[in-house]
Design a protein. Structure first.
Length: 557
């Protein structure tokens, strides 16, 4: 939390003075003054703009609604907000394990992890000062020269919209975009507007199940929040100098997975999505389509809050709801799982995105640049897995309703215990890690590329150790020092190239970076641009495989 507060201070400036020299934007329902001006990057920060009504009371577990009019004073974004956070207990152990790998040390995590179980007496951390249910806000960062041309006839700058990751249970909009804004001028003279948004998390954003829906609850509320914020951008970004017809969404992990769900929303039946381009990075989610599993999760949440219905949940205090959300996620999550995330609901998510992409049920006009990391599965794979039997146990914990026939097919046919170099793993641990990597993350990138007739751009982030999430620091590189420090930027060339690819794609629809080889489309040869410390080269996508074809069938339950 100290790191987050520091980041907020850096983004918004040390003092929130009502500086009347800073520009204002009239949104109709509210008037916002820029919170800060960055003299180095020459951009304004309009922070904490409310895009939806507070999702509390009867709006808790309800779709987002338009905010009420409040024009009594000019807002200056001086109150930072993030949605209620939670993380599984295993995540700290996993971070410890990854650190030992990076430092070349032996792990001491050898015992099988068993979730302790959530109950009323489970310990609960104190929520951070920025955490609140009333969290549906976004930030807009506008270069000075773009803002000065706002509302000019025929002018509109491209817009980059960040959707954060965090396992669908944590994360927030506070990343520092200074490096990206600077990179937008590296390849051309253009620049971009940057937007980041909050969305509801955990139970508050992803509660679901037959009883929940029968009681009037809407599943996948977080995806509805994201869509509502993207519609807000369509309606208001021109007032900051942005072009609503040049919007590129990008996001990592849960953010990338959210983008795939947005592209395939409603099976493509409700017209164009509110963006034109997408850069999903390591898109992932736990594929839940079992009504039994959803119902069980809902009933456990009711029990934790001593409730019997959705109406009871709406009458609870924020403290009670946040406490139960934290307890369930922290203490009921098996290693590699988060309890909550997108589910098949028959509405926003009629089927898994991979199936919808295979069936052509999505917005086909979106232009896509997608990326994944070389070592996605390690963070989510218990370090004590050393036998096929333990792999089976992990699959049963990860895919709780997967039929035994599917598990047998995975361990005997797709990923057999063969360690002679025939398959891309050398022991049972790396075998299990590959299952997680492909089944939850990397195959998703192949579904996108093949769904869009191979007319996408695809890259592989392979800077060692290339663990899941390590590319975020490269995406937000601010030009500072580099070095071999765990979980930070270790190669300036790759960081600058990645930023150039993202910003040039946002500006022109074609990723390019000065001094770097041409970034070709995926094409029928499944071409992927590998970003590594040894060079940036074109390779064949390892996800263009029979393994990914099987995962795309979604035989989970």
């Amino acid at each position: 939390m100290a790191r987050l507060l520091g980041a907020v201070t850096a983004l918004l400036g040390v003092v929130y003075a009502q500086n009347t020299s800073l520009p204002t934007v009239d949104l109709g329902y509210e008037i916002y003054r820029a919170s800060d001006f960055n003299d180095t990057g020459r951009f304004y920060n309009f922070s904490n703009i409310r895009y939806a009504a507070p999702p509390v009371g009867q709006l808790r577990f309800a779709p987002p609604e338009a905010p009420a009019e409040n024009r009594s004073s000019i807002q200056n974004g001086d109150v930072g907000r993030i949605c209620p956070q939670a993380s599984p207990a295993w995540s700290a152990l996993s971070t410890q394990f990854l650190t030992t790998l990076i430092l070349g040390q032996e792990s001491n995590i050898t015992e099988v992890y068993v979730p302790p179980g959530a109950n009323a007496s489970s310990a609960v951390r104190t929520p951070g000062p920025l955490e609140t249910e009333d969290c549906l806000f976004l930030d807009v960062f506008v270069p000075e020269k773009i803002y000065e041309r706002a509302n000019s006839s025929g002018y509109g700058a491209p817009v980059l919209v960040w959707i954060y990751g965090g396992g669908y249970t944590g994360g927030n909009k506070y990343e520092n975009p200074a490096g990206l804004l600077a990179a937008s001028g590296n390849v051309s003279s253009g620049e971009v507007i940057y937007v980041s948004l909050n969305y509801r998390l955990g139970a508050l954003g992803f509660l679901s199940g037959p009883s929940y829906q029968a009681q009037g609850g809407i599943s996948n509320l977080a995806l509805h929040d994201q869509r509502f914020a993207l519609e807000w951008i369509q309606n208001y970004i021109h007032q900051f100098g942005g072009d609503p017809n040049r919007v590129t969404v990008f996001g990592e992990s849960a953010g990338g997975g959210s983008i795939m769900h947005q592209i395939t929303a409603y099976g493509g039946s409700q017209g164009p999505v509110p963006f034109q381009q997408a850069v999903p990075q390591s898109p992932g989610w736990m594929p839940v389509q079992s009504n039994v599993l959803q119902e069980d999760t809902y009933q456990k949440f009711l029990n934790l809050t001593n409730s019997t219905s959705l109406a009871d949940l709406r009458n609870l205090t924020s403290e009670e709801v946040m406490r139960a959300n934290f307890q369930q996620i922290a203490y009921d999550s098996h290693w590699g799982t988060y309890i909550y995330g997108p589910v098949v609901d028959g509405n926003f998510v009629p089927q898994q995105p991979g199936q919808l992409l295979a069936q052509g049920r999505f917005d086909k006009d979106v232009r896509v640049m997608v990326g994944h990391n070389a070592n996605e599965g390690t963070y989510f794979t218990p370090p004590y897995i050393n036998t096929t039997e333990r792999i089976v146990e992990q699959l049963q914990n990860t895919f709780e309703n997967m039929p035994s026939s599917s598990i047998d097919y995975i361990v005997n046919t797709l990923y057999p215990p063969v360690f002679d170099g025939t398959y891309p793993y050398t022991d049972n641990y790396t075998r299990a890690s590959l299952m997680v990597s492909e089944g939850i993350f990397t195959c998703n990138t192949n579904y996108l590329s093949t769904g869009f007739n191979n007319k996408t751009y695809s890259y592989l982030f392979a800077v060692p150790p290339a663990f899941h999430g390590l590319d975020v620091a490269f995406t937000y590189f601010d030009g500072g020092a580099t070095g071999f420090i765990p979980f930070t930027v270790t190669n300036r060339t790759v960081a600058v190239a990645l930023q150039d690819f993202i910003t040039s794609f946002a500006e022109n629809g074609v990723p390019e970076a000065e001094g770097i080889r041409q970034f070709n489309m995926y094409g029928p040869d499944a071409r992927v641009l590998e970003l590594n410390v040894t060079g940036i080269e074109e390779v064949r996508d390892s996800n263009a495989s029979n393994r990914c074809k099987w995962w795309q069938l979604a035989l989970y339950s």
